[in-house]
Design a protein around this ligand. Structure first.
Ligand code: ADP
Length: 405
């Protein structure tokens, strides 16, 4: 527990400065005036900044010892949402995925977000193992009802036809920081995090060799036992490609990830916004953040994309702007000294309900349950820090696509 607290503390402290390093390294790399010989160095900077970002994210996932919030969950849609997020990786790595979930399985009480995280970890591991073999491969996800002395269970298996778990790894598979992967490819936390999550559900996670070659991970979960909380948790991926699917309308929640989820466009159609209104006026985006470097980064990115950035460092200043000359969209830090992000959003809603939905929170702690339930209730978006230029642009498009009354 002490290690967990230390790790979480360090990771949280690193997150804000890291957000600036990620952001400015990207700005540098995409600067059209950058001489060619410096571009290669800027590329490396971006690459390493991104790597640091995923290490910090892994540490936060590892340290987050949250009790599961279990709700009755259908496995089929849960698995579909995990695979949907990985469609890029699946086609890139020439993977075939077979899913076999009988329709008459007994219902399971799961923390959906946590279970998605487990399934992401297992499928990414399977894909990486197959990719290592340098050929197409098969991942098979199946479930079946079973019984143990303690009562009925459901066994979920994730099997691959990769090279299998190396002998030297077998005894230490579920230990934190044990990895056979190159730095940047793996941190050795996926299986230990997954093990903890499954144990938190009263279940077990184990490895067996796949009889036909490869690896099988078997997760055995108790049916309908354990405390049930009614809270629905809505998750956003923690890889920086985060967009809240925070409203009930907007489909199944996306999982966080401890593994490299491919970057790229967000799922779901996002009409590209034009940075000007029909009258030719530049659309205005208000940025409220008490961190000067984040304001500066967003100011530059927005300016470069043709928007007019309005930068505010306190809620009071930002509210004056909202009242006197309302912007078209708002990006707001969640945790600020003085007026908090949620207080600010409530104040905006009182002045201009319509604008309060063209609103995104920026947060390094996107799994924070208070933030998520607030965001869900208000229909606002969440952007994970550290973010990148593409994610910011997609988020702005999304906000500007919200219907205006
Ligand atoms: P990471 O993927 O970051 O290394 P994990 O805890 O998820 O961390 O996995 C630990 C190690 O277990 C991996 O480095 C790999 O050696 C081994 N492993 C996990 N899944 C598989 C698999 N499907 N096939 C082969 N080896 C695996």
């Amino acid at each position: 527990e002490a290690i967990g607290m230390l790790v979480a503390g360090v990771a949280h402290e690193l997150n804000n400065p890291l957000a600036s390093i990620v952001a400015f390294s990207q700005l540098l790399r995409t600067d059209p005036d950058l001489p060619a010989d410096l571009r290669r160095q800027a590329d490396l900077l971006v690459q390493e900044a991104n790597r640091t970002r995923s290490i910090v994210q892994n540490l936060l996932d590892f340290a987050r010892q949250r009790a599961p919030e279990r709700v009755e969950t259908d496995l089929g849609p849960l698995i579909d949402s995990v695979l949907g997020l990985q469609s890029y990786m699946i086609s890139r790595d020439r993977l075939r995925v077979e899913v076999d979930i009988p329709s008459d399985l007994p219902p399971l009480l799961l923390d959906r977000a946590q279970m998605q995280q487990v399934l992401v970890n297992l499928t990414v591991n399977a894909a990486q193992a197959i990719a290592q073999a340098g050929r197409p491969g098969l991942i098979r996800i199946a479930a079946r009802a079973s019984t143990t002395d303690a009562g009925p269970t459901v066994v979920i298996s994730v099997a691959d036809d990769g090279p299998g778990v190396a002998n030297a790894m077998r005894d230490r598979l579920f230990m934190p920081f044990v990895t056979s992967k190159e730095p940047g490819e793996g941190t050795g936390l996926g299986l230990s995090v997954s093990f903890g999550i499954v144990a938190g559900h009263g279940g077990t996670l184990r490895h067996e060799p796949n009889p036909g070659g490869g690896a099988v991970f078997l997760m055995e979960l108790p049916v309908g036992r354990g405390p049930v909380e009614q809270t629905t948790s809505v998750m956003v991926p923690g890889q920086g490609y985060a967009v809240a699917r925070a409203t009930a309308r907007s489909g199944p929640p996306a999982p966080p990830s401890t593994a490299p989820v491919p970057s790229g466009p967000l799922p779901g159609p996002v009409p590209a916004a034009r940075p000007v209104d029909p009258g030719g006026r530049r659309l205005r985006v208000l940025v409220l953040d008490d961190e000067a470097s984040i304001r500066e980064f967003l100011g530059r990115v927005l300016g470069r994309s043709g928007y007019e950035p309005i930068l505010a460092s306190t809620g009071a200043v930002a509210l004056e702007i909202v009242a006197s000359d309302p912007p078209d969209a708002i990006l707001c830090d969640h945790r600020m000294a003085g007026m908090s992000g949620t207080e600010f959003q409530s104040a905006v809603a009182a002045i201009d309900p319509d604008l309060s939905r063209r609103f995104a929170f920026m947060s390094g702690d996107v799994l924070n349950p208070e933030l998520l339930s607030f965001a869900t209730e208000r229909g606002v978006q969440v952007l994970a820090k550290p973010f990148d230029i593409a994610t910011v642009a997609t988020m702005i498009d999304r906000l500007l696509a919200v219907d205006r009354a």
